[in-house]
Design a protein around this ligand. Structure first.
Ligand code: GLN
Length: 502
């Protein structure tokens, strides 16, 4: 591991601005790290060496000419493969998109390119972002840098593992039910799901359009704030995009790290602890609460009674939306086309392509969603789920009347073994009990490392804030991070075992 790959994005940005290091050097250092460890981690589906170095050279030249650059200019980044990138393969972890090269960039990619961040490559993920372990990728498993026999979380396991293994200082994830926060929790990294509508969805391959949100995956809270400010903001190409500007996120992170939390009310959600949570996860959670209290926060207990039904509602709403969104993958427009030898009508080509191109989890959800939306069952399933969604939103409203932020463990357990839950969809779905309510209500959430459980694996602490108050995540997150790192004598990731390099 070189010194350059160990730096946080904020520190690397400062070195770049001071002329101590060039973007070409920093980018090459990360490409070398990918070359050295990704055979074991498999965080990347595609590494864009030439494009990344070309961007780096361009930024270095512009800096040399004295141009005014973005604060993160020259800092390399990895992008989840569900985000479309012009000229770079984009598969969403699916065989059905194998070989597809998008002709356009997602809005957030345009912003990344305009700011001069070299894109290192595309990261592995569960197929169409369906999963909690990245094992549903059609392109093989990603391995947790803390223990290569364990899952890196999902669906964005590739982005979290890339950041956790120092292959990239920054990454983009997407979170429909927890796919940024849960991978962050189990890899000892930081992940943020922004307020729904605050980061453009234009150019994200949709899973469930009313739940999807892109956001940062990083090693520190400040780095997430820097990236969040870059990718967020109004976009006329996304009809659900929020018109107002983002709150000041970087300022909130900087203030949180130094100013204490006096007067901040922190609500502990009764329903998101206890049964089903690993004892070590609950112990680290309690310790973090003590630190928050010590920093002047007022800890209150809040009840969100309908959260008990969140998982059930989610697994009706998500498959319903996914079955419609995935209808466009029919062998006619993108990627794979399977033509049966016998009587290849358009309909039979579509059936053969979808039959061969989609994996089991995708098929399971398309079938579930189609069923939930069918005429005779619509009210009983989809309609009821939407009502539950409203009740969950009301729970949040009531809770935020009593507290400025809400907190819980991010995931009920630490990283489990590869293969352990693959044949049990329900056990897999349960990983997201604590993250799903935020997606159903559109509120923002952050996960940061809270220490190691008894098994020596990272535990995540989740902070939730009201919609459009993402700055609160950063204030509280940065304060807690500073206190925790004080007790550990440095970042948690420094305690991860060294990866074997080649
Ligand atoms: N694990 C959840 C699911 O499978 C969340 C996925 C996501 O956030 N993309 O639906």
């Amino acid at each position: 591991m070189s010194d350059l790959t160990c730096l946080t994005a904020a520190a690397l940005a400062e070195s770049l601005a001071a002329g101590e290091v060039s973007s070409v050097e920093a980018t090459q250092a990360h490409l070398d790290r990918i070359g050295a460890v990704d055979h074991a981690v498999h965080a990347f589906l595609h590494v864009s060496t030439d494009e990344a170095l070309a961007t780096a050279r361009d930024v270095d030249e512009r800096r040399a000419r004295g141009e005014q650059l973005h604060a993160l200019a020259g800092v390399p980044i990895a992008v989840k493969d569900v985000v479309v990138t012009r000229g770079l393969p984009t598969t969403a972890g699916s065989r059905i998109l194998e070989g597809w090269v998008p002709p356009y960039d997602a809005t957030l990619v345009e912003k990344i390119k305009a700011a001069g961040l070299p894109i290192l490559g595309k990261t592995n993920m569960d197929e169409f972002a369906m999963g909690s372990s990245t094992e549903h990728s059609a392109y093989g498993n990603t391995h947790n840098p803390w223990d290569l026999d364990r899952i890196p979380g999902g669906s964005g396991g590739g982005s979290a593992a890339a950041v956790g293994a120092y292959e990239a200082p920054l990454a983009i994830g997407t979170d429909t039910g927890g796919s940024i926060r849960q991978p962050a929790a189990v890899t000892g990294t930081v992940g943020v799901k922004p307020t729904y509508g605050s980061v453009s969805r234009y150019g994200l391959i949709a899973l469930a359009s009313s739940l999807d949100q892109a956001g940062p995956v990083t090693r520190t809270v400040l780095d997430s704030a820097l990236l969040h400010e870059l990718i967020g903001g109004h976009d006329p190409r996304d009809s659900t995009s929020i018109a107002e500007p983002l709150p000041a996120l970087v300022a909130a992170a900087r203030r949180g790290a130094t100013a204490g939390l006096s007067g901040v009310r922190v609500g502990v959600i009764t329903e998101l602890q206890g049964e089903g949570y690993q004892p070590g996860v609950l112990a680290r959670f309690e310790e973090s609460l003590e630190l928050l209290r010590g920093a002047g926060a007022e800890i209150v207990e809040v009840s969100c009674p309908h959260f008990t039904y969140a998982l059930a509602a989610y697994y009706l709403i998500l498959p319903a939306e996914a079955s419609s969104n995935l209808a466009k993958f029919d062998g006619m427009r993108f990627g794979l086309r399977v033509v049966p030898e016998d009587n290849p009508t358009a309909e039979r080509v579509m059936a053969a392509t979808r039959g061969q191109g989609f994996g089991d989890e995708v098929k399971r959800r398309v079938i579930l969603g189609t069923y939930a939306l069918s005429a005779g069952y619509y009210d009983a399933y989809y309609g009821s789920a939407q009502k539950v969604r409203t009740l969950i939103q009301r729970d949040f409203d009531a809770a935020f009347a009593q507290a400025d932020v809400l907190v819980s463990p991010t995931a009920p357990t630490t990283a489990f073994k590869l293969g352990e839950k693959l044949d049990d969809p329900l056990a897999m779905y349960l990983n997201d009990v604590a993250t799903i309510p935020a997606n159903l209500a559109g509120v923002p959430g952050l996960s940061l490392p809270a220490g190691l459980s008894d098994d020596g694996l990272p535990v995540g602490f989740q902070v939730l804030a009201p919609a459009k108050a993402d700055d609160r995540l950063y204030r509280v997150g940065a304060a807690l991070e500073a206190m925790l790192e004080n007790t550990w004598g440095g970042p948690l990731l420094a305690q991860a075992p060294e990866l074997e390099t080649r």
